[in-house]
Write a protein that binds this ligand. Structure first.
Ligand SMILES: Cc1ncc(COP(=O)(O)O)c(C=O)c1O
Length: 340
């Protein structure tokens, strides 16, 4: 169903590419939906959500976007790019430490003209500290005459979820055109907005595609409840005629590898495998971790030999340059650097 809701219409359909060498290596039919190729700000999944959120901000007369995340947030970088494109100010607020160098997404944020506000944790829950900081920073900018529009972590509210509802419809049609209407779709699960949009979209159109999420940070009963509540909120807000059934959420929780964004050998190996076999760059926080999960699922028999799999590449490549990951890659890759 198409919603009578304003969005920017700046994104073209993203392609699905077949990955022949990865398919051969894993014994499956592996396709990749290239949401990393969305058209500006270095691409990524958040632009789909921001098509709705930024339009809403503009309709409300906002002059500035404020959002939150980790210091190296991909969502923040894409928000900063959108703000630049539409002539708005932008600030990203993070409870995080300065990594000692202005690299990766932080560098790109500044290129887009966005302010970065980093506060070292005082030990209280990040959400509490973030809310306080968002309030005080918003006041500062509003006193200067700005009209601030707040975008939550990952753009994952009801409006933002429509971005991946739309993607679900696009995916279903493309999969049918490719002759793989019952493929398994793999998506990383972070702030949940991508998964919820896909779940609702696929369910609403009665797609035969099967959605599997791979959690990239600990996912427990509380996360499941949150996901159910979020899906119901989207359903109610937009009047979807379906029942949200949490028993249908197929989310793999065993491939978190220690925690959010922690460097991991298996993830680096997955990033190297896709780069060296297909010339495609994943990222070390989300898509590399999900691909490491896919590789394990194949060897554990959770994904069957010959199965059709569409992996959604949600972007995040600048994360390869974040100091914590880059130093580990450097150690493993220096053997092929020949200094004469
Ligand atoms: C590259 C990348 N992939 C996947 C995700 C996860 O998407 P979501 O937060 O909607 O679960 C994010 C979120 O920041 C991301 O940056």
């Amino acid at each position: 169903m198409a919603f009578d809701i304003d969005k920017l219409h700046i994104l073209d359909e993203t392609p699905i590419h077949y990955l022949p060498s990865m398919s051969r290596a894993l014994g499956i039919q592996l396709f990749m939906k290239r949401d990393d190729l969305t058209p500006f700000g270095a691409g990524g999944n958040k632009l789909r959500k921001l098509e709705y959120l930024v339009k809403d901000a503009m309709n409300k007369g906002a002059t500035m976007l404020i959002t939150v995340g980790g210091g190296q947030t991909n969502h923040g970088r894409q928000t900063a790019a959108m703000a630049a494109k539409y002539g708005m100010k932008c600030a990203i607020i993070a409870i995080d430490e300065y990594p000692g160098e202005l690299t990766a997404n932080m560098l790109l944020d500044r290129l887009f003209g966005c302010e970065l506000i980093l506060k070292k944790s005082d030990g209280r829950p990040d959400s509490v500290q973030l809310n306080e900081l968002v309030d005080s920073v918003t006041q500062v900018y509003e006193k200067k005459g700005e009209k601030v529009y707040f975008i939550p972590m990952g753009g994952s509210n009801a409006l933002g979820a429509l971005g991946y509802y739309d993607c679900a419809i696009e995916l279903d049609r493309q999969a049918k055109e490719l002759g793989i209407p019952k493929a398994r779709v793999i998506d990383t699960v972070g702030s949940q907005g991508t998964f919820s949009g896909l779940y609702l979209g696929l369910k609403d159109i009665k797609s035969e595609l099967h959605l599997t999420g791979i959690a990239i940070m600990p996912f427990n009963e509380k996360s499941l409840k949150h996901l159910e509540k979020h899906c119901n909120e989207v359903k109610d807000t937009f009047g979807l005629d379906l029942t949200v059934d949490p028993s249908e959420f197929d989310i793999e929780t065993g491939y978190v590898r220690g925690g959010y964004n922690l460097p991991s050998k298996e993830v680096r190996d997955a990033v190297k495998m896709v780069a060296s076999k297909e010339g495609i760059l994943l990222d070390p926080c989300y898509t590399g971790k999900a691909m490491a999960g896919v590789i394990d699922m194949v060897f554990e028999g959770k994904i069957q030999q010959g199965e059709d799999v569409i992996f959604i590449h949600t972007g995040g490549m600048p994360g390869l340059y974040t100091p914590a990951h880059r130093v580990e890659f450097e150690k493993e890759l220096m053997d092929g650097v020949h200094i004469l």
